[in-house]
Each structure stands twice: as C-alpha cells, then as structure tokens.
Design a protein around this ligand. Structure first.
Ligand code: ADP
Length: 633
C-alpha cells in the first residue's frame, strides 16, 4: 500500500475509533437521560419518604461498616495466637465478645434498613398503583376499546413489581456495591496491594457474568409470567364457560387446551430454572478461583513474612466479603434497566389524555372559573340536539347526521329504528360518553361541553345494554356507593324493578353476595337489578337503552308502568326493540342510518305509514309467527 494511502487509512481508522467512542458515549448519555426521565414520576415518593430513606441508608452503612470491622478483629486474634504472649487468653475472650456485640448490632441495623428501605419500595408501589388506577378511571371509553385489559393488568402487576424492585433492592445493591465494595478493596490494598490486584482479576468477569445472566433471567422470567397469565386466563375461561363446555360435551377439548398451556408454562419455568442453576455454581467457581490464587500467593507472602498470618486471614475474609458487592453491581444495572423499561410502559398510560375532559382542563384540574356553576337541584331535565353529527374515529362514515330535536322536561320519549341506525350512539352523547362537538347537545339549555362532567353525569341515570353486577351484596349493588340510601329505599327500588320478591326469597335477602363470590343471576335478573340501581338514584333524566330485552313482554310492561308512574315529572328516554314498549312514549323519534326521519305519537306514525309503521308490521308478524309455532307444538 502506498504511504499516502496507508496514512489516509490510518487516519480513517483513528477517526472511526474516535467516532465510535463518541457515539457510544452519546448512546450512554442518551440512555442515562432516558432512564432519569422514566423514573421522574417517582421523585415525589422519594421526597415524601426522605427521612425513612436517609435513616435506612445510614443503617445500611452502619451494617457495612460493622461487617468491615470483623476481619480486623480476626486479624488481631490470629496474630495474638501466633505470638502466644502472656495474657493472650483474656485478650481472645475480649475479641470474641466484641465480635458477638458487633453481630448483635449487625442484626439490629439490618432489621432497621430492611424495614425502612423495603418499606419505602412498598410505599412507591402502592402510590404508583393508586395513581395508575385513578388515572385509568379518568380515561374515556375509547381508551378501553383500544387497550387490552390483560395489558393493563400486566402493567398494574408486573411492571409495578419491577419498579418496586428497582427502588428497593436496586438502591440497596447500589449502596452496598459502591460502599462495601470500595471499602473492602481499600482494606485489601492496605494489607498487600500486589495480592489485592491479583485477587481482583476475576471481579470484572463476575460483574459481566452477573449482568448477562441477570438479563437472561429477567427475559426468561417475563416469559414465565406471560405463560402463567395465559394459563390463569385459560383456567378462568374454562370454569366460567363450564356450562357451555358440558352442554356440548367438550371436556376433552377444554382439557387439551389447558394441558397445552400448562406444558408451555412448565417449559418456560425449566428454562428459568436452568439459568438459575447455572448462576450460583458459576459465581462460586469464579470467586473460588480468585481464592485459590490468593492462598497460593498470599501463603507464600505469609511464609516469607511479607504479611502476618492474621493479615492473610483478614485478606481472605475481605475477599469473601467482596463477593456480594461485585455481584450487586451487575445486578443493580439489570434491576434499574428493568425498572426503567417498566416505568416507560407505565408512563405510557399516564401520558394517555382523557379524550373527554372537563371544560378548560388540559392535563390537570380544571380551573373553577372555566366551569359553569353546578346546580343539580334546579335541573329540569330538558335535552336538545342541535345539528348533531357524529363519527367514530375508527370509521369513515357518520353514524349520526344532523340530528335536531328537543325533549321537554318531564317528557317520556322513545327512539326507534332498525339495528345499527344509531340509537345507542345518540343515547351515549347525552352523558358525554362520546366525544361530541360543541354546541350540539344541550341539557337544561346548557352546552354539555361547558358543564363539569360530574355535574352532568350526576343528573343522568343510564341503564345500558350490557349490565354489570359487582361481586358484592344486593344492597351494595343497588345503592352503588350512594351514601344516603336506606334498606327501605333499596327494597322499594327492587319492587319497582320487579325483582323484589326474588330478592326476598334469597337466604340473606339484601345481604346476599352476588357475582363471582356469590350467587349467579339470570340475564333478566341482572337487567332488573340494574334498573333498581337507576331507580334508587332518582335522576332528573333516565335513559333506558334496551334495558329490559331479557324479560318477557308482560314483565317489561309492569316494570315500565311503575317506573313511569314514579317518574311522571321527570324526563325518560327509552330505546327498546319492542314496539309495545315504545308506543307508551309521549313522542317517538325514528332514526334511519343516523338521520332523524319521523317523529310523532304511535298512532300518528302508524298513520304516516313510513319506517315506524313497517317496523310495527314486522313485529306483529313476528309475534303471530311465534304464537303459531307455540300453538302447533
Ligand atoms: P343501534 O343502537 O341503533 O343498533 P348503534 O348506535 O349501536 O346502533 O350503532 C350505529 C353504528 O355505529 C353501527 O353501524 C355500529 O356498527 C357503529 N358503532 C357502534 N359503536 C361503535 C364503536 N365503538 N366504534 C365504531 N363503530 C361503532
């Protein structure tokens, strides 16, 4: 190669190395700043627990200091034994007692630091979990449509655990790694620096190995966790769907599904066990290799008199003491990395902004001045839709188109239309469960976007198609956190909802447990219980979205009669697939492909002979057909 070219190549190489160094330094700085940013939300817990943290770290330092003292005492004791001067026995007793006292203090301070530092990590865990839960509760229904429940559960359990480990054991390992590690090395150097240098040769290997294995273990652990949650989910589904499985005689199929999940879980657990099984033997192999070198060389120094026999033993003690801090340094990096990745995922949830917010609120509390003053007592229950058009973000076409109409206070209205015509969507705009544009929906003459969400929703009882019963008593399911509800109120509401007698017949009446931990209700019973919940609320506006689809026509009629009797001065908005229910409304609004097409009483709409009349005809035919079937069977 010509000289010039060689020179250029050399300078290229130098530049390359320089840039590599610069870029890896840049990477390191970037990753450190990302880690700091990820952990930022935890700062508040560290400040809040600062005194416990200071006391905990001080106790940890005391333990480290005491641990470092023990080899010095051993050194003195052995040197005394070697010399065998008069009075050695008494001196040895003194040394023994000192070690005993030190051990006692180590135990005491170890208890204190564990209590304070691990307690701090539990407080971080609890604070983070509460914050996550309350934030998730503020998010809009669309968030839950786009996020899997399992994902949220994983964040609430596994990720928060990883953060707790980083804040607790991560901190301990960092302090021990730095303080105990450097001090032990310092003492070793003070005994014999050459021996210290040689014995430290395996240390970087231990750090690197610990990091590698810790990373591998955490990846494997995550896989074990994942297969475990699959297994749990499979078992839950198997038990919940046991009736369907039995009815179709699919026990074998269900068993094989479970067996396959179980096998995957055991497989992943065995992987983890193999890594764990490798970890400790490998560590002790490396540290014992260091020990062998020290005994060989240090023994020679002792024979030659370069170090005292006591110094030699103390040196070995320090080397033993060093095993944990060296491993801790490898572990701490992995703990912080895992914690940082978990915090990034948790921050992802914190960063999700509720699509539907109180007016004037941007990522925080709404300034009071932006909110209209709440006056729930004065609510009349008037509702107005003005040029309301609505589109779901996931769809291209409009689901509601220029809907215009008014509901007067104290009126009972029904919304009719074919499946998919937009009835549920229209109902959901009233309590702002959907993100509607401003100046399109008004309650009591006020734009709902200008009302505080709590004020708006407190006025509306919404019974949707999918009922939800909590694992709690009948009473708590009906009272639903409302403080001033008496058992009499609940019994009355249950009677109105037509389920009073059935609850009466239960062994524990209102105190009967429902759901997972208690009795299972039928679909119709669940619907009626949810109606009772809305009746107890005594809301100025009641919305029933096909809320009685699972009870027979006669029962539905009875329930509606009682509800409408009770709520004669209140506003009621009803959607039902039964014309027999709809016809009872003061006025009926008919939707078709999101547009309001007809409006009037049952009679006037039948007379009109449009969509409503056609729906009515179809239903009559259906009923006749069903009756015919019943009669002929
Ligand atoms: P109805 O209550 O009259 O049966 P809906 O209001 O439930 O009608 O639905 C109207 C249209 O909006 C349907 O085409 C339905 O598929 C669609 N839709 C309903 N909910 C959503 C949603 N969350 N995301 C996207 N499209 C939806």
């Amino acid at each position: 190669m010509p000289r010039a070219a060689r020179g250029r190549a050399l300078s290229d190489l130098k530049n390359h190395t320089f840039f590599m160094k610069a870029s890896s330094l840049k990477n390191l700085t970037a990753s450190l700043s990302a880690t700091r940013k990820n952990f930022q939300p935890l700062w508040v817990y560290f400040v809040r627990n600062r005194w416990a943290l200071v006391a905990g770290v001080l106790s940890l330092l005391v333990v480290d200091f005491l641990l470092l003292m023990i080899p010095l005492i051993i050194k003195n004791a052995i040197n005394l034994l070697v010399v065998q001067a008069p009075g050695t026995g008494a001196l040895l007793v003194k040394q023994g007692i000192t070690i005993g006292i030190i051990a006692l203090f180590i135990a005491l301070f170890r208890y204190v630091w564990r209590h304070l530092l691990l307690g701090h990590s539990r407080k971080v865990e609890q604070g983070l979990r509460n914050r996550l839960y309350s934030h998730v509760q503020t998010l809009s229904p669309s968030f839950f449509q786009n996020t899997k429940t399992g994902d949220l559960m994983a964040r609430a359990i596994n990720d928060i655990n990883a953060v707790r480990m980083a804040c607790g054991m991560g901190l301990v390992a960092l302090v021990d790694g730095l303080v105990l590690g450097t001090s032990a090395i310092g003492f070793m150097i003070s005994i014999d620096w050459r021996l210290a240098l040689i014995s430290l040769i395996p240390a970087p290997v231990v750090v690197v190995f610990t990091r590698m294995l810790a990373n591998q273990m955490s990846a494997r652990f995550e896989r074990v966790q994942k297969t475990f949650s699959d297994l749990t989910e499979q078992a839950r589904e198997g038990f919940a769907g046991i009736r369907v499985i039995k009815a179709h005689e699919r026990e074998e199929w269900a068993y094989h599904r479970m067996e396959a999940r179980g096998e995957r879980y055991v497989g992943e657990s065995m992987h983890l066990a193999r890594t764990l099984a490798l970890f400790f033997p490998l560590m002790s192999l490396i540290t014992n290799a260091g020990l062998a070198v020290v005994i060989l060389l240090g023994g020679r120094y002792a024979i030659l008199g370069t170090i005292t026999p006591g110094g030699f033993v103390a040196f070995i003690s320090y080397l033993n003491l060093l095993t944990w801090p060296v491993m801790a340094m490898g572990w701490v990096i992995s703990l912080i990395q895992r914690g940082s990745a978990s915090m990034r995922r948790i921050n992802g949830v914190f960063d999700a902004v509720p699509e539907i917010q109180d007016p004037g609120k941007e990522n925080g509390r709404a300034p009071e001045s932006h909110l209209e003053k709440s006056s729930p007592g004065k609510t009349s229950g008037a509702i107005r839709f003005s040029e309301l058009s609505f589109q779901y973000p996931s769809r291209t076409e409009f689901v509601l188109k220029d809907v215009n109409f008014k509901i007067r206070p104290g009126e009972t209205i029904a919304i009719a239309g074919r499946v998919g015509s937009g009835k549920t969507t229209l109902l959901q705009t009233i309590p702002r469960l959907l993100n509607v544009p401003g100046e399109t929906v008004f309650v009591d003459g006020r734009d709902i976007l200008k009302l505080p969400l709590a004020t708006l929703r407190k006025q509306i009882g919404f019974v949707s198609q999918d009922v939800f019963i909590f694992s709690d008593t009948v009473f708590n399911n009906v009272a639903f956190g409302k403080g001033d509800v008496t058992p009499e109120d609940v019994i009355h509401a249950l009677d109105v909802a037509g389920i009073g007698e059935e609850v009466d017949a239960l062994d524990n009446g209102l105190d009967t447990l429902l759901g997972e931990r208690g009795i299972t209700l039928s679909g119709g019973q669940r619907q009626r219980l949810t109606i009772a919940r809305a009746v107890v609320g005594d809301f100025p506006i009641l919305i029933l979205d096909d809320a009685l689809s699972m009870v027979d026509t006669r029962t539905e009629e009875g329930i509606l009669n009682r509800i409408l009797d009770l709520r004669r001065t209140r506003t009621n908005v009803i959607v039902s697939h039964r014309v027999s229910t709809i016809r009872r409304a003061d006025r009926i609004f008919v939707l078709d492909h999101g547009s309001l097409k007809e409006e009037g009483t049952h009679e006037s709409l039948i007379h009109l002979g449009g969509i409503y009349a056609a729906l009515y005809e179809e239903q009559l035919l259906g009923e006749e057909f069903e009756e015919g079937e019943v009669n002929s069977s």
